[in-house]
Design a protein around this ligand. Structure first.
Ligand code: PEP
Ligand code: MG
Length: 911
């Protein structure tokens, strides 16, 4: 028995999307629900695959089944295909599983020829209408099926003929062409086809049908469609179905029309019919924008009964599919026909509102509502943004300067300032600034905090700029290599445009775009986002992963808590060392070198500052766990850069060579020189070829006596004192960059001793945990050993990714990594999306080994991946206890964690 390749509408339904395509399944479902759908049939996606497998041949039996189906729709429509007296005309449309631009356009009016158009003229009593339909058909068929194309920079040959004829009329419109003119145009169109393709336009309706079906199948493997699928990671073996649908005419006069509508407003989510229509028009007229369509509400006046019927059907379809529907309809002489129903695309705002409303209306469950909102959409709702129309207008005006990495979402507008101090000073005066730097370092943080946004020439997704920006919710475009920044002249050149300090720019951290001038922004307010709060509340009921935050300051912790954070997963204490009044003390501590007394003095001075920081954080996080990480960066980062010191020393020496300076000045300069030379000596002694693999992380604590002891003392003093005030504290002390169990064991002994001492001094006991970051592959591989000395692990996936791939987290993106992703050498940027196969495998092994040693070990993640939905899903699959991300990612992570729980076993990347 031959396979079934062709389905009539009553043989299909909505669940057969894979076989019948989205459009076909929708038509079948509507017909079966009793809605008016023109008689139709569908050739399956399997037929398309078989056609391509057979080297562009219809599979055996398919054409015969098509002819049989034609007989059925002839019967249903009361017309006969190719009958000169009463011809059946059809449209032929492609239809894959998901709507997919890039495939074949629709061919309308198929079945027309010199004879059948007479029949159409008679049936409609309108000869001009019939010739116009014929003209449209030859044009569409010639272009879409037979491949007539204009050469480069040439006008479309069909349009050229049309233009010449329109010029001969008074009105100059399509509608002004006379029947005789249309007859001549049709003849010319056929001549164009012959000339361009060497083939005659097929007059035989069955030949037309055969060619159109083959053209739909061919378009599946066309370049546009293949590119689209590659871009969206869609499989190439889905195939497309072919829909053959009886023609209904919306251009039969002013009792006819055609339109498109959504069952709810796709921009706001409001429950109103939203769409437009045109009277006396065919489908392509609405889309082509030749005439301005009317709002769907006006159909109520134009055709009240049709409107009522349409509104009823829209409601029915929405209830049936339990989702917003995007509908296409045609009215032929007062009769309504439904031509398409599919799930409607919507904005982030609409997605949230519709999901919440539909739960309230009893249409969907809370779980479904949670799944209807994408985590990225939450992000869009929380950041100031630019309207697309403003961005498009700016791009048209040539104001799109460049594109970098979308490092931290949101929109920011301000003056370009190339230095952190000047940025902070101008911000104090109330000016909006965009701090623009080759890259940023901890020394720039005050400028970054003061700026509206951050733009860097170098650096990637985990660069200092990106991490800090996300942490404080500032928009950031990083690694924008097109900028040529000249710090000395305070200007930059971007694609030969010169931008001076003080010029306005606008940056979009969501897309990575940089614009010249000021673009208007809109700012959302989380507290007012009631629908979003509702979705997140439902998400919280569903998710299993905890959502914590990375926060270094009480103000960040407070914001994160408002966003729903359930703990602090990473407090990077070194940021506190960089603040203005503390930095000289830190420098004194480093400069003390072997002088224990001096070092201890400096540490004693730092202690109260650190204690106050921690007290603030414990207070904000009352009742929740707070993981404080001991100092991590290499010490040289707290001292001025080597090149700067060399410059300063040289300058001082030059000044001293000047014999005319006074003795007093000389003495002063010599003193300065001696100080600088001393700092330079220390910096040079600290200098490392490979600082990221050098004296940093726990190695600092081990090699610099007293630093970590001071930090632990500050943590426990703060915890005890806050506890005495009635605050519920849960400190967790975290050691960074452990590679060998001995490092941890050593630190643990030392620090537990301090903790004990402080609690005795303070006269109060607090519960605490001691743990480590897993950032070095060796730590992951020996997790069973390490877990003996750690009550918790936190994956530092920034470093873990860097060390597993051997790719620098600081500058690889601009150098080659982004191009690697573009050229598909890597599937994604591993610093943004966790690499499941490599880094992920280490994590899995680590979790298993650690739990074997210590079943109740608490394991989380605090690398930048903690805010990325795909990575969050992976953490859920690994059974981690929590993810920790920057405050502004907390709502995104809450939703992503719920998605992971709901999709258990059905990864989002494949969906
Ligand atoms: C990490 O390495 O993932 C991490 C969180 O630590 P940092 O980014 O501070 O090195
Ligand atoms: Mg790290």
């Amino acid at each position: 028995m031959t396979k079934k390749w062709v389905y009539l509408l009553h043989e299909g339904n909505a669940s057969m999307r894979d076989l019948l395509g989205g459009k076909g399944a929708g038509l079948a479902e509507m017909a079966n629900a009793g809605l008016p759908v023109p008689p139709s049939f569908i050739i399956t996606t399997e037929a398309c695959n078989e056609y391509n497998a057979l080297g562009k041949k219809f599979p055996p039996g398919m054409w015969e089944q098509t002819l049989e189906a034609m007989k059925v729709i002839e019967k249903e429509s009361g017309k006969v295909f190719g009958d000169p007296a009463n011809p059946l005309l059809v449209s032929v449309r492609s239809g894959a599983r998901v709507s997919m631009p890039g495939m074949m356009d629709t061919v309308l009016n198929l079945g027309l020829n010199a004879q059948t158009l007479e029949g159409l003229a008679k049936a409609t009593g309108n000869e001009r209408f019939a010739w116009d339909a014929y003209r449209r058909f030859i044009q569409m068929f010639g272009r879409i099926v037979m491949g007539v194309k204009a050469g480069a920079d040439e006008e479309d040959p069909f349009e050229q003929v049309l233009r010449e004829y329109k010029a001969k009329t008074e009105g100059g419109q399509d509608t002004d062409l006379t029947t005789d003119m249309l007859k001549e145009i049709c003849a010319k169109f056929k001549a164009i086809i012959k000339q361009c393709t060497g083939k005659d336009f097929p007059e035989d309706p069955y030949e037309q049908l055969r060619m159109a079906i083959a053209a739909v199948f061919d378009s599946w493997m066309g370049r546009r469609a293949v590119d689209y699928r590659n871009f969206h990671k869609l499989p190439h073996d889905w195939g497309t179905a072919v829909n053959v649908v009886t023609m209904v005419f919306g251009n039969m006069g002013f009792d006819s029309g055609t339109g498109v509508a959504f069952t709810r407003d796709p921009a706001t989510g409001e429950k109103v019919l939203y769409g437009e229509y045109l009277l006396n028009a065919q489908g392509e007229d609405v889309v082509a924008g030749i005439r301005t369509p009317k709002k769907i509400a006006e159909l109520k006046n134009d055709m009240p009964e049709v409107y009522e019927q349409f509104a009823r059907m829209a409601d029915l379809l929405e209830k049936h599919y339990r989702d917003v529907q995007d509908l296409e309809f045609t009215i032929e002489r007062g009769k309504l026909w439904m031509l398409q129903t599919r799930s409607g695309k919507r904005t982030a705002r609409a997605a949230v509102k519709i999901a919440v409303d539909m739960v309230r209306e009893g249409l969907i469950t809370k779980e479904e509502a949670v799944l209807r909102v994408e985590p990225e959409q939450v992000d869009q709702l929380l950041h100031p943004r630019f309207d697309t129309k403003h961005k498009e207008a700016a791009a048209r005006e040539g104001r799109l300067l460049a594109k970098g990495l979308n490092a931290s979402p949101g929109a920011a507008v301000g003056f370009v300032v190339f230095d952190a101090d000047r940025a902070a000073a101008r911000a104090r005066k109330g000016e909006d600034v965009i701090l623009t730097r080759p890259e940023t370092s901890p020394e720039d943080v005050h400028g970054m905090l003061a700026a509206k946004g951050i733009l860097t020439q170098h650096g990637g997704a985990t660069s200092h700029a990106a991490v800090v920006a996300r942490g404080v919710g500032k928009p950031c475009v990083a690694g924008c290599e097109a900028l040529e920044i000249d710090l000395e002249r305070r200007r930059m050149i971007v694609n030969s445009k010169v931008i001076e300090e003080g010029d306005y720019i606008s940056i979009d951290g969501t897309t990575g775009e940089v614009f010249l001038g000021q673009l208007p922004t809109t700012v959302p307010n989380f507290a007012e986002e009631k629908d979003l709060q509702q979705i997140l509340k439902w998400a919280d009921e569903i998710r299993r992963l905890g959502v914590w935050t990375n926060a270094d300051y009480p103000r960040d912790a407070k914001r994160a808590r408002e966003f729903g954070a359930e703990g602090i997963g990473l407090c990077r204490t070194e940021h506190m060392f960089f603040e203005e009044e503390r930095r000289p003390i830190v420098q004194r501590m480093i400069m003390a070198r072997g002088d224990e007394k001096k070092r201890q003095e400096a540490l004693d001075q730092l202690l109260p500052f650190q204690r106050a920081d921690f007290e603030g954080i414990f207070e904000v996080m009352d009742g929740l766990p707070v993981i404080i990480r001991l100092i991590d960066p290499p010490m040289h980062e707290f001292l001025p850069p080597r090149e700067q010191l060399i410059g300063e020393v040289t300058e001082l020496r030059c000044k001293l060579e000047n014999e005319t300076i006074s003795a007093g000045e000389r003495k002063q300069l010599e003193k300065e020189l001696a100080e600088k030379e001393e700092v330079l000596r220390v910096v040079e002694s600290l200098w490392e070829v490979n600082p990221m693999l050098g004296l940093r992380g726990c190695r600092v604590g081990i090699m610099y006596k007293g630093v970590t002891e001071m930090q632990v003392r500050a943590i426990f003093q703060a915890a005890c004192r806050m506890a005495k005030k009635g605050i519920e504290v849960h400190p967790e002390v975290m050691i960074p960059l452990v590679g060998h169990v001995n490092e941890l064991q050593l630190e643990r002994e030392k620090l537990e001793q301090v903790a004990k001492e402080v609690m005795a001094e303070e006269g109060i006991e607090v519960d605490y945990k001691f743990g480590t970051m897993i950032e070095v592959p060796r730590a992951a591989l020996t997790a069973d050993e390490i877990a003996k000395y750690a009550e918790f692990f936190s994956f530092g996936t920034n470093d873990l990714t860097q060390m597993t791939f051997g790719i620098s987290r600081d500058d690889a993106e601009g150098k080659f990594l982004l191009e690697y992703v573009e050229r598909k050498i890597l599937p994604a940027n591993p610093f943004q999306q966790l690499d499941r196969d490599g880094v992920g495998q280490l994590m899995r092994m680590c979790v298993e080994k650690a739990r074997r040693t210590r079943p109740d070990i608490e394991i989380g993640i605090c690398g930048e991946h903690g805010g990325d939905p795909s990575s969050i899903e992976f953490c859920h699959m690994l059974g981690l206890n929590y993810v920790s991300c920057s405050p502004f990612r907390v709502p995104v992570a809450r939703l992503a964690a719920a998605h992971a729980a709901l999709r258990e076993g059905r990864p989002r990347d494949v969906d």
